[in-house]
Ligand binder design. Structure first.
Ligand SMILES: [Fe+2]
Ligand SMILES: [Fe+2]
Length: 524
């Protein structure tokens, strides 16, 4: 009876806290307000989205005005109304195609206003530069198409940059009063630069791209000159301008890319190239303090780079991300299996499972902190933060269950804090990291055994929903697995073998503190 009374009182109190409309009119007002609130929320959402729309509209109007100015159509607006309408529609279609393409293949460029602003500025800058060059006494082939291709590719990826260069070529066609040779030269040089950027590995490669793009441009200008019946001297002069613009582009890219990066906090190839050098202070520190982790990171880098290339992701970012993914282990190297010498005892044996889990998980946080201290780009920090996703430190979880049967231990408390990989590159590093660690324990690895192991691990990550937000599709996952098998098969002979204390089969880590699957030792 007493209990019933208490429940009634509690119920009344709760009802008092939630105001309920009593009469019909109040109820109607209440419903109307609720509806208005919904509209208000929608309005706020729209304003947040409108930024990109606004930038897009300003970009469209600026491009249109530039084209109209180049074609001298702004003076007599009314007489040229039909022409202007035609051009406005053409430019609209051009921009619509590129935006539609980006929304399908790299939607973040459009959805993130900041990124979209940079994208529009690069395009508008190119058009303004082309307009300037075409109006001064210099060769028309000096338009730095190679520079545009390089900068765009470093921002939005090679394939996306190529499609953008094609559209820009079309717009330059308008600006140059429909000179088809300028359009083709721009697309050839800019297109080649765009497609080559994802494959650069060192600073010198920028000049290689510049040189190749210049040669292609010069060959086209020469053939165009022959078709037009130009003098040999003119052909040579014009071709050299094409070549010169490509080489200057490479030099400028080297200077401009870090500048733009600092201005907008955007990752670029030159910065990544600097970080990929093994003499970077942080990597040197890792090598000195945790030699095993360092070797493991290099191998994860190889695996990740090759796999990213296969699916058209940023291979340099994947490689550099892999190099730095475990830098947090610098703080407590002996707690991680790869840093133990043969016959060395695990530090975790003397430690409570919950504490072991803390030490293990903390390498992610420590890594992010070190990355911030050494001013690593956000993209690398994200890879460090996400490389374990929300996976379970199951060995320590099982140990805790065994030791503490009385109280309930939540599985969630033995998981990494996450988030799960948010990009293709972060997902590749996660998979490469898992595969690399498991491969250390493979005895007599045959291609079939390697394939089996890679497939099982990928399936495990997939079913644990670690790849849900990574933007990887099944085809990508298949190609990544294939690439891992190829890289591992090729490198297995020279692999460094780390000590394996031979633990459980399906667990995610052993008592030495790795979070990686250990192959089951077959019973004799
Ligand atoms: Fe790790
Ligand atoms: Fe790792």
């Amino acid at each position: 009876m007493k209990n019933e009374k208490t429940i009634k009182i509690k119920k009344n109190k709760i009802e008092q806290k939630v105001p309920r409309p009593q009469s019909g009119i109040v109820r109607k007002i209440y419903a109307a307000l609720k509806k208005k609130l919904k509209y208000f929320r929608k309005l706020l959402e729209f304003i947040r989205k409108v930024n990109s729309w606004l930038i897009g509209i300003i970009f469209y109007i600026s491009t249109l005005l530039l084209v109209l100015k180049s074609l001298n159509l702004l003076h007599n607006f009314e007489d040229n109304l039909f022409k202007i309408t035609g051009i406005a529609l053409c430019i609209f279609i051009f921009l619509f195609i590129i935006l539609f393409y980006l929304s399908r293949y790299n939607s973040s460029v459009i959805t993130q206003p900041r990124k979209f602003l940079i994208f529009c500025l690069i395009n508008l800058g190119t058009l303004l530069l082309a307009h300037g060059i075409l109006n001064i006494d210099i060769s028309r082939y000096s338009i730095p198409a190679t520079l545009t291709g390089m900068i765009l590719a470093s921002f939005i990826g090679g394939r996306e940059a190529l499609s953008c260069v094609i559209i820009l070529g079309g717009l330059i066609g308008f600006i140059s009063n429909f000179s088809i040779d300028i359009v083709f030269t721009f697309i050839i040089m800019g297109g080649l630069a765009s497609l080559s950027m994802p494959f650069i590995h060192k600073r010198l490669d920028l000049f290689k791209i510049g040189f190749a793009s210049g040669i292609m441009g010069a060959v086209f200008i020469t053939s165009w000159g022959i078709l037009q019946g130009w003098d040999t001297k003119i052909i040579l002069t014009q071709s050299s301008f094409g070549m010169g613009s490509a080489l200057v582009s490479a030099f400028l890219a080297l200077e401009i890319l870090p500048f733009i990066e600092n201005l907008f906090g955007k990752l670029n190839y030159v910065k990544l190239l600097e970080l990929s050098q093994l003499n970077h202070p942080l990597l040197v520190k890792l090598k000195e303090k945790a030699a095993g982790t360092y070797q493991s990171c290099l191998m994860v880098g190889n695996l990740a780079e090759a796999a990213a290339e296969q699916i058209g992701a940023n291979s340099l970012l994947a490689k550099v991300g892999a190099y730095y993914h475990d830098i947090g282990k610098i703080k407590n190297p002996p707690y991680f299996v790869e840093n133990l010498t043969i016959n060395a005892k695990s530090k975790h044996e003397k430690v409570n499972p919950a504490l072991s889990r803390l030490i293990l998980v903390s390498h992610v946080k420590e890594g992010v902190q070190l990355a911030a201290k050494y001013k690593l780009p956000k993209e690398i920090k994200d890879i460090i933060r996400q490389h374990h996703g929300t996976t379970l430190t199951s060995f320590f979880y099982q140990e805790a269950l065994k030791k503490d049967t009385a109280s309930e231990i939540e599985e969630e408390s033995f998981r990494y804090p996450g988030p799960t990989p948010q990009s293709k590159e972060a997902a590749i590093v996660m998979l490469a990291d898992t595969v690399e660690a498991a491969s250390r324990t493979l005895e007599d690895p045959s291609p079939a055994r390697i394939r089996n192991m890679v497939e099982n691990l990928a399936k495990e990550k997939l079913t644990d929903r670690q790849l849900d937000e990574s933007q990887l599709n099944f085809k990508d996952l298949h190609l990544i697995q294939k690439s891992f098998v190829q890289t591992l098969t090729g490198s297995f002979h020279s692999r460094i073998k780390y000590p394996n204390n031979g633990q459980t089969a399906e667990t995610h880590e052993n008592k030495n503190g790795t979070n990686h699957p250990i192959e089951k030792k077959e019973k004799d």
